[in-house]
Ligand binder design. Structure first.
Ligand SMILES: [Zn+2]
Length: 92
């Protein structure tokens, strides 16, 4: 059995430098059509129970964000990746 890993807490410092950034400045790659565009160009629908962002090229769902009671749900599976300008990352 491979025990060459840590739990998710080990990534907290690294991820906080990214998730604290303004996502709209990042580029996102659509998991459906492969288009890479600034997230700010996505089509965002605020009328849903939460926020839904769709690809500007093919309308595939890129992101869903819903707050319900004491919890927040962030679904990023519609994107292959988010690409940030590393010079703007905050060091922890
Ligand atoms: Zn797309």
């Amino acid at each position: 059995m491979n025990h060459d890993y840590l739990d998710g807490n080990a990534a907290a410092g690294e991820l906080s430098s990214i998730l604290a950034m303004d996502v709209t400045t990042a580029q996102s790659q659509c998991a459906n059509c492969g288009a890479t565009k600034h997230f700010a160009e996505a089509h965002v629908y605020m009328q849903a129970p939460g926020v839904v962002a769709r690809c500007a090229v093919c309308e595939h769902v890129l992101l869903r964000f819903v707050k319900a009671r004491q919890r927040a749900f962030l679904d990023l599976r519609g994107m292959t990746c988010l690409i940030f300008d590393a010079s703007q990352l905050q060091e922890c």
